[in-house]
Design a protein around this ligand. Structure first.
Ligand SMILES: [Zn+2]
Length: 187
């Protein structure tokens, strides 16, 4: 599948009543957002994001439901040695959608008290890129390790996984610490 810089669904057939109207519109693709957009979410991707979405009618004339999933691999820095660690996640989503003719962009409206968050759209061609990026970004782990036994960096910034000999060792002949004796105390 060819990756695209957007994740647009064309909902015109859902919005018309009568002949030619659809009860759902689905789509999937590979999303490769522009650099500026990725930067605004502080995201670096190892590969394009895979997404799938389906929008269905939900009762009322202007009420719909979108359901789907976005998954992919982000590059996060190991918290000890700072190398890039590809981090895979998959996020499922489900939101009510309301059609508000004339509104330009897709907007996520915060739920007040117990109400659900709702998506509001006004253009029959809806680009879900920012929603997918936002959900993907907030579900990434805050920190990662390249491996549990990562040795981190030396004080000089050398990666000790690659150069274990660079680890700062106590020098021979240095005076023992005045606190050395404490290690034998049973506290
Ligand atoms: Zn590491």
């Amino acid at each position: 599948m060819v990756s695209r810089p957007d994740a647009t669904l064309h909902l015109a057939s859902l919005l018309t009543q009568g002949p030619g109207s659809a009860s759902e519109v689905e789509g999937q693709g590979l999303l490769e957002p522009g650099e500026a957009l990725l930067e605004s979410y502080d995201l670096r991707l190892a590969e394009p994001l895979a997404w799938e979405l389906v929008v269905r009618r939900a009762g009322g004339e202007d009420d719909f439901l979108v359901e789907g999933r976005v998954s992919g691999s982000a590059l996060l820095e190991c918290r000890r040695c700072l190398v890039d660690v590809p981090t895979d996640i998959s996020v499922s989503l489900i939101f009510p959608m309301v059609y508000k003719p004339g509104q330009k962009e897709l907007v996520l409206i915060e739920g007040v008290e117990d109400a659900e968050e709702t998506l509001s759209f006004g253009d029959p061609s809806v680009d879900f890129t920012e929603l997918l990026l936002q959900l993907f970004a907030i579900n990434l782990p805050l920190t990662v390790l390249c491996k549990e036994s990562c040795r981190g960096l030396s004080l000089d910034g050398v990666n000790l996984n690659e150069h274990p000999d660079q680890e700062t060792k106590p020098q021979k002949g240095t005076e023992p610490s005045p606190f050395e004796v404490l290690k034998d105390f049973d506290l």
